[in-house]
Design a protein around this ligand. Structure first.
Ligand SMILES: CC(C)(COP(=O)(O)OP(=O)(O)OC[C@H]1O[C@@H](n2cnc3c(N)ncnc32)[C@H](O)[C@@H]1OP(=O)(O)O)[C@@H](O)C(=O)NCCC(=O)NCCS
Length: 391
């Protein structure tokens, strides 16, 4: 089996998905995706677009502007028709699934150079757009328990997660994200893109829109749940509606060496796991347990963790059940903030957390051997990937 290494990874800043306030409200998602393709080739000139074996792009809602967006953004960018693209849907883990497809293709020798990433514009293509549930699914499950917010409420209730602990998690997510941004840690992954302020002034967006500099536990504690009467999951404890795109350049280790690339992580393993869709947020528990079992590692072998904070309740429960951390501020998890602060463009985040993990392990944790990235997804899909330092 060959080895797959991360040569590079870039992302757009995450914008608020809002038709009046979003910095990217007048951009199409294909434009954002083409911008990250462009950045990858500009930064890695040894690779020509025609050398890419295939492109895998995750996108959770493939309707309207996002229909077959991996391919259409490639063509829209003027890239060679000879390079195919596969747009993958696995709800929130779509971007991670894209990476897994590319890594496995490299490892089994189908090709040497792949692009894998994700995109979601939750303003132009809202969550659940065009979805018609199969009636038999609605008979099997309580339809009121299937949307994402109610699943987060159910997890908070079943696992008795306190509002205090969730507020603390949200607080540190924003604090860590702001600190990372201010220290320039995202510079290596963010591609500045022109956007618009609320008043219409154009500017180069080089930072994530949702990070709150004045985050306050007291203010967040006043907010009400939009999902359930008397519920606990507020907007502050939910990943906000977001627009963004990202892509990684993945390569066989031989090809990366031949082209003279620097890299430090290889794909060690990846798994998908399924769980009850009405508590979809706990999916990473099953995915990570499976991953550890298959690799013969224990949770203590993992040095750095990126878990997508879809909601505070589910990510906290996963961290606790897996024995990773109990409460924020975390020691090895989401060190540059999580989706509560950075945002969560559904099909993008699974790839974005791998890019961030790669950068954290490069700059802040140079001694770390194993990094884990994991996330839950709508209807009970979850993924986990394990990355091992090779240099
Ligand atoms: C929770 C949710 C319904 C809220 O959406 P919304 O009603 O459009 O609300 P917004 O996110 O715009 O926030 C509402 C207000 O609360 C404010 N707010 C949000 N988080 C806050 C915080 N941490 N502190 C203070 N104010 C906050 C917002 O800024 C906004 O006010 P503004 O317009 O003056 O800026 C939405 O974010 C959501 O559905 N999130 C989950 C998405 C999801 O399911 N993803 C998949 C996961 S698997």
């Amino acid at each position: 089996m060959r080895e797959c290494v991360i040569v590079d990874g870039v992302r757009t800043p995450n914008g608020r998905a809002h038709k009046e306030k979003g910095w990217f409200r007048n951009k199409r998602p294909d434009e954002l995706l083409t911008a990250v393709y462009d950045a990858l080739f500009a930064r890695n000139s040894q690779v020509k677009p025609e050398d890419v074996e295939a492109v895998f792009i995750g996108c959770a809602n493939q309707v309207g502007m996002q229909n077959d967006i991996g391919r259409l953004a490639w063509l829209a960018g003027g890239y060679p028709e000879s390079v195919p693209a596969n747009t993958i849907c696995q709800q929130c883990p779509s971007g991670m699934s894209a990476i897994e497809h590319a890594a496995r293709a490299i490892m089994c020798g189908e090709g040497d150079i792949y692009i894998a990433g994700g995109v979601e514009d939750m303003q132009h293509v809202p969550i659940g757009a065009g979805l018609e549930f199969p009636p038999r699914v609605l008979q099997r499950y309580n339809p009121e328990e299937l949307p994402m917010g109610p699943t987060a409420e159910k997890v908070a209730e079943l696992w008795k997660v306190s509002s205090e602990d969730m507020l603390q998690m949200a607080y540190y997510s924003h604090k860590r994200a702001a600190a990372a941004r201010d220290a320039g840690k995202f510079k290596n992954e963010i591609v500045p893109i022109e956007g618009e302020k609320e008043d219409g002034t154009k500017f180069m967006v080089d930072r994530d829109q949702w990070i709150r500099d004045n985050v306050s536990i007291e203010a967040m504690a006043q907010m009400k749940s939009p999902f359930k009467e008397g519920g606990v999951i507020t907007a502050a404890l939910s990943s906000p509606l977001t627009t963004g795109a990202c892509a990684l350049l993945l390569m066989s280790r031989e090809k990366a060496d031949e082209l003279g690339f620097e890299y430090h992580l290889k794909y060690k393993a990846g798994v998908m796991a399924g769980c009850d869709p009405t508590i979809m947020g706990v999916g990473p528990i099953y995915a990570v347990r499976k991953l550890l079992e298959r690799t013969g590692l224990t949770i203590d072998d993992i040095d750095v963790v990126e878990i997508n904070e879809a909601f505070a309740s589910q990510s906290l429960v996963c961290l606790r059940e897996l024995g990773i951390e109990q409460n924020a501020p975390f020691k090895k998890t989401n060190l540059w903030g999580g989706a509560l602060a950075l945002g969560h463009p559904l099909g993008e985040s699974g790839a974005r957390i791998v890019i961030t993990l790669n950068n954290i392990m490069k700059t802040d944790m140079p001694e770390a051997k194993y990094g884990l990235a994991t996330l839950c997804g709508g209807f009970g899909n979850a993924n986990a990937t394990l990355w091992e330092r090779v240099k």
